[in-house]
Design a protein around this ligand. Structure first.
Ligand SMILES: C[S@@+](CC[C@H](N)C(=O)[O-])C[C@H]1O[C@@H](n2cnc3c(N)ncnc32)[C@H](O)[C@@H]1O
Length: 215
C-alpha cells in the first residue's frame, strides 16, 4: 500500500491461525455484535437480487449472511491470503462460491478494475489503511445503494491507545498498523460522493456502526 508495508503486515497479522479461529467463532456464535447491527440495518431493506462488494471480508461473514438474505452475487477483495482462502472454503461449503468472486490484494490498487455493487461493506477495514481519503473515496464510488461500515470511534483515548500500540508493534518488528481516522473526514468524503447518513450507532468504548444510502 502506499500499502506495500501494511499489506505485508496484514498478511502476517491475519494468517491461517487467526482465520481458523474466526471461522470457528462465527460458526459457533454467528456474526460479531457490530457486524450483526450492520446486517440488521441492511436486512430491513429488500436485498433480493442485489450485488455486494465486501472489502476486507475476513472469513466472509457478511457475504454468507447476505446470501441468506437474498443477494445475487458478491465480490470479496482482501489483502490477506488466509482470510480469502477461508472465506472461499466456507462459501464452497455453503454453495455460494460460484456466485462469489474472490480477489486478493489492496483494494485501493485494484479499485479501477472492480465493478460497482449495490451494497459496499467495510467491517473494521478503514482502520487498517493509512490513506483514508483513497480507501473511502474509491469504495464509496462503487456503492450504488448502500455503504455500510464498522469503524473505531474518534475519541482521544483511542488515539492514545493507537500510539501505544504503534510503539509495541514497532518494537516487535510487526509491520501491521491500525489507524483512528477522523469520523468527520470519512463523513465528508461520503457526503461529497452523494451518500446520505442513514444509521449510526456507537457500541461500547471502541466501535461505531454507520450505514449510508444513495438517494
Ligand atoms: C480487522 S480485519 C476484519 C475482517 C472482517 N471484515 C471482520 O470484521 O471480521 C481487516 C480486514 O481488512 C483487510 N484489509 C485491510 N486493508 C485492506 C486493503 N487495502 N485491501 C483489501 N483488504 C484490506 C484485511 O486483510 C482483513 O481481512
Amino acid at each position: 500500500m502506499s500499502c506495500c508495508r501494511q499489506c505485508e503486515g496484514l498478511e502476517n497479522m491475519f494468517d491461517g491461525e487467526i482465520a481458523a479461529e474466526d471461522l470457528a467463532d462465527y460458526r459457533e456464535n454467528g456474526p460479531a455484535h457490530e457486524t450483526r447491527i450492520m446486517l440488521d440495518v441492511l436486512r430491513r431493506h429488500d436485498l433480493n437480487g442485489l450485488t455486494l462488494l465486501d472489502i476486507g471480508g475476513g472469513v466472509g461473514v457478511i457475504q454468507h449472511e447476505l446470501f441468506a438474505a437474498g443477494i445475487a452475487s458478491a465480490v470479496d477483495v482482501d489483502a490477506s491470503t488466509a482470510y480469502l482462502r477461508t472465506a472461499r472454503q466456507e462459501a464452497e461449503r455453503r454453495g455460494t462460491a460460484e456466485r462469489t468472486q474472490f480477489q486478493h490484494g489492496d483494494f485501493v490498487a485494484l479499485a479501477e478494475q472492480i465493478e460497482p455493487a449495490d451494497i459496499v461493506t467495510l467491517d473494521r477495514v478503514i482502520c487498517c489503511y493509512p490513506d483514508v481519503q483513497a480507501m473511502v473515496r474509491l469504495s464509496a464510488a462503487r456503492a450504488r445503494r448502500f455503504y455500510a461500515f464498522v469503524f473505531p470511534r474518534d475519541l482521544f483515548y483511542l488515539r492514545w491507545a493507537q500510539r501505544v500500540a504503534d510503539v509495541f508493534l514497532w518494537l516487535t518488528r510487526n509491520k501491521y498498523r491500525f489507524y483512528i481516522h477522523p469520523s468527520r473526514e470519512v463523513d465528508s468524503i461520503l457526503q461529497a460522493d452523494g451518500l446520505r447518513p442513514h444509521f449510526h450507532k456507537n457500541t461500547g468504548l471502541f466501535w461505531q456502526v454507520r450505514v449510508y444510502v444513495r438517494e
